[in-house]
Write a protein that binds this ligand. Structure first.
Ligand SMILES: Nc1ncnc2c1ncn2[C@@H]1O[C@H](COP(=O)(O)OP(=O)(O)OP(=O)(O)O)[C@@H](O)[C@H]1O
Ligand SMILES: [Mg+2]
Length: 358
């Protein structure tokens, strides 16, 4: 969690400094005032990348050379990020240059709930895997090792396939790949079960009209269920050689929720889709808090889009009851009366007032 945040020359924000609360921070203002930019700055700080652009050049304020985001965590760790048009990205964690982005992610477990998160059901398997793996990264100490090892072996197997190596040489990688893959599968299944349990508790509060629905979750391993991964790799060697890459494995896994055995995408309204995604993120945050005693940061961009005042209230009440730090943006200024615990920041043309002017 953050207790100090300063942003310089990022989009329309020339210079702001705030002291967020560890609970709900409401970022209110009109269109184009800088709300999403503020969330983008926090995302940048926690993950080293933006959720709006691949090329960081566009985030630097026009006619400026560099932007900066500086923060302090509630455990007093300083984090500083600078992006310079000429020299690129530099991040310092605890006053030393950052070695790996994962060090940042460990300090600041952050989940983004973007304004268009109701499109969750239109996203591909890669997105769903990343969401699940985010949770595992924070609760399962050996998940990152298993996943990185899996990826390395997969690259080596694919490279052997592309170089038209002999079958026996390609298959030298199979046992390693399968052992990491089976472990990843076990972790993911366990996390999905935890997720479902939390989701069943949370979702009816956000969306009472579904309080009697029965949800279930299905995990597809990424290979034929009648075989082990090692057997699948061996059986599909000719296909892989033809394709030029390894098709089966944990990198091809997927998962889905169903509601009374039907795909929620066919049932949910847009608002309900948004609440579904929000419940998933809250569930992950609760699991992280429960298993790892790490408090997450949730960025909820534009809570008012797709949600009526009543459902917004349910969502805010839920967030208010949690051990998470949230930054919630909205154009609806009436949200400022929501709760005494929440800190309210008003954004106007890249400047901030209210809350806790740092
Ligand atoms: N590199 C840049 N330099 C200066 N201004 C920029 C830059 N990039 C974007 N902007 C401007 O910054 C402003 C803030 O954008 P932002 O997306 O943060 O607004 P917002 O408050 O989230 O609005 P909305 O309610 O419409 O989502 C916009 O006017 C945008 O045009
Ligand atoms: Mg916005």
């Amino acid at each position: 969690m953050l207790n100090q945040l300063s942003i310089t020359n990022l989009r329309n924000i020339t210079e702001i400094s705030i002291e967020p609360t560890p609970a709900i921070n409401l970022i209110l203002g009109n269109n184009g005032s800088g709300k999403t930019s503020l969330l983008e700055a926090i995302h940048l700080l926690a993950l080293g990348r933006s959720f709006r652009t691949r090329t960081l050049k566009t985030i630097v304020q026009m006619e400026k050379q560099q932007c900066q985001v500086i923060a302090k965590t509630t455990t007093n760790i300083p984090i500083g990020l600078q992006f310079d048009l000429a020299t690129g990205l530099q991040i310092r964690l605890n006053n030393s240059p950052l070695k790996r982005l994962s060090e940042l992610a460990i300090q600041l477990p952050l989940q983004l709930i973007p304004a268009n998160c109701h499109q969750f059901f239109e996203q591909g398997p890669r997105y769903r895997r990343q969401l699940l793996d985010w949770g595992l990264f924070h609760v399962e100490p050996s998940f990152n090792f298993q996943w990185q090892s899996y990826r390395k072996v997969l690259q080596q197997r694919n490279s052997a396939i592309r170089q038209h190596k002999k079958t026996t040489e390609i298959q030298l990688w199979d046992a390693h790949l399968a052992s990491h893959g089976e472990q990843i599968t076990a972790f993911r299944k366990a996390q999905l079960n935890r997720l479902l349990e939390q989701f069943n508790d949370i979702f009816p509060r956000l969306c009472p009209e579904f309080s009697h629905a029965s949800f279930s979750v299905k995990y597809r391993t990424g290979w034929a269920k009648e075989h082990s991964l090692e057997q699948s790799l061996q059986l599909a060697i000719d296909r892989d050689k033809q394709l030029g890459y390894t098709r089966s494995g944990s990198h091809a896994a997927d998962w889905a929720f169903s509601i009374n055995n039907v795909d929620p995408a066919h049932i949910f309204s847009r608002g309900q889709q948004k609440l579904f995604f929000l419940a998933l993120c809250i569930a992950q945050a609760k699991i992280t808090e429960h298993l790892n005693h790490e408090s997450s940061i949730l960025l909820l961009d534009d809570i008012s889009s797709e949600l009526d005042p009543e459902h917004q209230q349910y969502a805010l009440d839920e967030l208010d009851s949690l051990q998470v730090q949230s930054f919630i943006s909205s154009t609806d200024l009436s949200l400022s009366d929501f709760s005494k615990k929440a800190k309210v920041f008003h954004v106007k043309q890249g400047e901030i007032s209210g809350g806790g002017d740092g």
